[in-house]
Design a protein around this ligand. Structure first.
Ligand code: HEC
Length: 427
């Protein structure tokens, strides 16, 4: 309402953010669990005095460094660009509420970057002990960065007492902070195993390859049980209305629940198969498939978490279309076009009905509905209901349809938007 936004039609409804964020978070979580993988595998190699394992760790570190520091960092900055263009209001709340958390986060990033570079470039020059300490420093900083970002991400889903008291700590240590932290920590360790499969499958020495593939399988399978327990805890700590939205009230989320359920046994099965001795070509393809399953698994979870936040972007505080919960009645009374700042058609006249309807749609609906795109396409939604039903849908937004905010315009704007949907969107 208060800022100009990037109005994406086809990639709207959160699609662009979802794609960038899921890829970024997958790699960012690898940056955490993968750090533990590096040091513990180096410990193993040093203890057994096995130059093969040490050499594997060195190669894996190069891959790890390039992937996390280049691709991870680029997509991370990409998220900031995307969210600040698509939802400046919510981005502003996150920045203002968590200034010190962000600066803490970025300090840990600097420690991560410096220690990982030292770790990679001093494999042969630093003493064993000091080199391992460097690895632990990297992992410590990486896990702390997860700790901090976890508070901010979960704040958006369950801000808890923050909504009333505006207290930093209430928002940070919000009701799902701890289960989400355990959930993400165990998952990051599993991802380390998935990426371990990939690099291990490229090893030329057959015996070493099998050893490292089996070793990586343990990284995937052992934390799995703990991960499932953390998922259960996470679900149990959701406020009942969020749990209900995710698991009952939103048919759109059902495929993601199914995907999440289906990927669990697939990952276990795949992990067991990876431990069987296989030709290198086959294990390479299997490793790639496993990484993809991991990505889908994680993507499904992120979709559910984001979906559960509906109709809000910051729960109980700001709706996805950036209208504050406390302002809703007043906006509806005065009219959206009057209140929103970046509007061309402040007054609706017989000549600008279509254009004004489009602006109403952009302000109130585009954040969740694409036009003709892959996510929550408004064309399909409108096609599925008759013009009369649309009236009913508008009347039940925010009530029987809890995944949408209540309609925030006045009666006249409602009629203009419905007309726009019936003439310009319904085809
Ligand atoms: C917070 C996100 C959000 C906003 C904002 C939003 N919608 Fe929706 N809308 C949804 C979701 C999610 C669904 C589909 C639920 C499902 O099928 O699982 C939906 C469904 C619909 C449907 C189909 C009927 C139904 O309930 O399934 C129509 C029509 C619709 N929206 C129109 C609009 C219009 C018009 C606006 C703007 C005034 C709007 N929506 C704003 C999220 C939103």
């Amino acid at each position: 309402m208060n800022y100009p936004v990037w109005q994406l039609e086809f990639l709207g409804g959160g699609f662009l953010i979802a794609v960038i964020a899921i890829i970024h978070v997958y790699i960012a979580q690898f940056a955490v669990g993968g750090g533990l993988f590096l040091v513990l595998t180096e410990h193993l190699g040093r203890r057994n005095n096995d130059p093969g394992i040490i050499d594997y760790v060195r190669r894996h570190t190069k891959f790890f460094l390039l992937l996390t520091m280049v691709f991870g960092a680029l997509t991370g900055v990409g998220i900031w660009f995307t969210i600040s263009l698509l939802n400046p209001s919510a981005t502003s709340v996150l920045i203002h509420t968590f200034v010190f958390a962000w600066s803490t986060e970025w300090t840990f990033f600097v420690v991560e970057i410096v220690s990982l570079f030292i770790y990679y470039y001093t494999f042969d020059t630093l003493s064993e002990r000091k080199h391992l300490i460097m690895g632990w420093i990297y992992f410590g900083a990486a896990w702390m960065s997860l700790f901090v970002i976890n508070g901010i991400i979960d704040f958006m889903l369950t801000p808890g007492a923050w909504v009333e008291n505006n207290n930093f700590w209430s928002g940070f240590f919000n009701p799902t902070f701890w289960p989400a932290l355990f959930f993400r920590t165990f998952f990051s360790i599993m991802i380390a195993g998935l990426f371990g499969f990939l690099t291990a499958s490229f090893l030329k020495d057959k015996k070493l390859r099998t050893t490292m593939l089996r070793y990586s399988a343990k990284w995937l399978l052992v934390p799995f049980v703990l991960f499932l327990a953390a998922s259960w805890w996470y679900r149990a700590s959701l406020p009942p209305h969020i749990e209900e939205i995710i698991f009952q009230k939103m048919p759109q989320l059902r495929p993601f629940i199914t995907l999440f359920m289906a990927c669990s046994p697939l990952l276990i099965l795949g992990g067991l198969i990876m431990a069987i001795r296989m030709p290198s070509g086959l294990s390479r393809s299997m490793a790639a498939v496993m990484l993809l399953i991991g990505l889908m698994y994680f993507g499904a979870f992120e979709f559910l978490r984001e979906g559960g936040r509906r109709p809000y972007i910051i729960y109980d505080y700001m709706y996805s279309n950036t209208i504050l919960k406390k302002d809703l009645d007043q906006v509806a009374e005065a009219g959206v076009l009057q209140q929103a700042k970046w509007i061309e058609h402040k007054r609706i006249t017989p000549d600008n009905l279509g254009a004004a309807g489009r602006e109403l749609f952009n302000v109130l609906c585009l954040s969740c509905h694409s036009i003709g795109g892959p996510l929550n396409d408004i064309r399909q939604q409108v096609r599925m209901s008759s013009p009369e039903e649309l009236n009913l849908i508008f009347a039940t937004m925010g009530k029987e349809r809890p995944y949408m905010p209540p309609f925030a315009g006045n009666e006249f704007e409602k009629q203009v938007l419905i007309k726009f949907l019936n003439t310009n969107i319904r085809r």
